[in-house]
Write a protein that binds this ligand. Structure first.
Ligand SMILES: Nc1ncnc2c1ncn2[C@@H]1O[C@H](COP(=O)(O)OP(=O)(O)OP(=O)(O)O)[C@@H](O)[C@H]1O
Length: 394
């Protein structure tokens, strides 16, 4: 993506702010008049550039914990530090401008266009018109919306599109820290899945520190570098990586919350790139069938895969398709397509939805880099083999 040069004196439009470490130190929140604390001595550190997911049942204090970070709620005691600096020392309005904030209903201004919504904080910071325009174009592209969305109003968008604009707005000034409060909670499962994948893609491209609140453990496991499981009463039940949560829950509460279907959850942890890919025979429309058959000898996949001139998958061929003298791509079967960064659970269901139980794994440009078989995924699910029995003595 090319970004027009920033006017002299302006910072470049592209992301440059380094992610910030976030630290809670013995943070307590007691609402006035409440019998018990809502957050009870929360201490944890989120390394710069990681996603912290706060997860737990309704009312356990997730939103309270998150809103103390940008001082929308003040802690009763304890400290919160961003990049080593206590938030209590910062002026709240200034602090909030540096922290991206995305909420479930996006909070977009309905009477302003998408572009105007995205420009909210840049305007407060007196960015030049050119710089705001360049950044808006860049952000729309980043969140997967084309430039024509700039002039639309929020009511003219789908829920998923609105949520993308909400994310673009939060990213506008390239914040070192983002707070996301159930951002995908009101979105249908398919779109939610896509938005989650896009968030992970954005995070790989430009890592920033993110605090993400959800009550959905699957979302927590998918998105979190670390997950803080909260229990009612504002106690931290466990703060761990998703793998640790699944494999070594701290107590019964966490175990129950994480759920029984552990094997399936393991699938949610792995990525396509973690599994060995198989090598297919790649062929083109109009290749001679005899030549294609010869290629199959060396391939690890029993079906030839037709690709277009850019190496993108078009169709699988079977023996019947090769009866003709030359390859006819239109005659083949549809190809399940997954990317190396897809979580295995999603990849597996994509494969299962297709007649040919192999998925073409593609790179960012959509070109085939290998094939994932449903067998390889199933092997990943299988329990570790028991240690071999010693040979009985002769
Ligand atoms: N301003 C307030 N005054 C008094 N009590 C509050 C206030 N805000 C939240 N609470 C209480 O604090 C507790 C935690 O609320 P919070 O919204 O942080 O939980 P949550 O885990 O985010 O819940 P949910 O998943 O339902 O959004 C709740 O019992 C709530 O009623």
């Amino acid at each position: 993506m090319t970004v027009p040069p920033a006017p002299a004196g302006d910072r470049p439009a592209a992301a440059t702010t380094p992610a910030a470490e976030l630290r809670f130190e013995e943070v307590v929140k007691r609402y006035p008049g409440a019998d018990a604390a809502t957050i009870e001595g929360l201490s944890l550190t989120v390394p710069a550039g990681e996603i912290l997911v706060l997860v737990g049942p309704s009312g356990c204090g997730k939103t309270t914990a998150m809103r103390m970070v940008n001082r929308m709620i003040e802690p009763t005691s304890g400290r919160i530090l961003i990049a080593g600096r206590p938030t209590a020392e910062r002026e709240p309005a200034e602090l909030r401008r540096e922290i991206g904030y995305v909420i479930q209903q996006t909070g977009l201004f309905p009477h302003r266009t998408v572009a105007d919504n995205i420009a909210t904080v840049p305007r407060l910071l007196d960015w030049s018109r050119d710089r705001i325009a360049a950044r808006t174009t860049e952000l729309l592209d980043l969140v997967g919306l084309d430039a024509t969305f700039a002039g639309r109003y929020p009511t003219q968008l789908s829920g998923g599109q609105r949520q993308r604009v909400g994310v673009a707005r939060a990213l506008a000034v390239d914040p070192p820290l983002m707070l996301m409060d159930e951002p995908f909670g009101a979105i249908d499962p398919i779109t939610r899945d896509r938005l989650q994948n896009e968030l992970l893609r954005l995070q790989r491209a430009q890592p920033r520190t993110i605090v993400f609140v959800t009550h959905d453990i699957d979302e927590a496991i998918k998105l979190g570098d670390r997950v803080a499981v909260m229990r009612p009463g504002g106690h931290l039940a466990q703060y761990a990586t998703p793998a640790e949560l699944l494999l070594a829950p701290a107590d019964e509460f966490v175990e129950r919350f994480v759920g029984a279907d552990r094997a399936l959850k393991r699938l949610a942890l792995g990525r396509v790139r973690d599994l060995p890919l198989e090598r297919p025979a790649l062929v083109r429309h109009d290749d001679p069938s005899a030549w294609v058959r010869a290629q199959l000898g060396d391939a690890e996949v029993p079906y030839p895969l037709v690709v277009d001139p850019d190496g993108r998958p078009v169709a699988w061929l079977d023996e019947d398709d090769l009866a003709a003298e030359r390859v006819d791509a239109a005659a083949g079967s549809p190809v399940a397509i997954v990317s190396r960064d897809d979580v295995l659970r999603d990849a597996f269901s994509t494969v299962l939805a297709h007649a040919v139980q192999y998925a073409a794994v593609v790179d960012d440009a959509g070109a085939v880099v290998g094939v994932l078989s449903s067998d390889a995924v199933a092997r990943e699910l299988a329990p570790a083999p028991a240690p071999a029995e010693p040979e009985p003595a002769a």
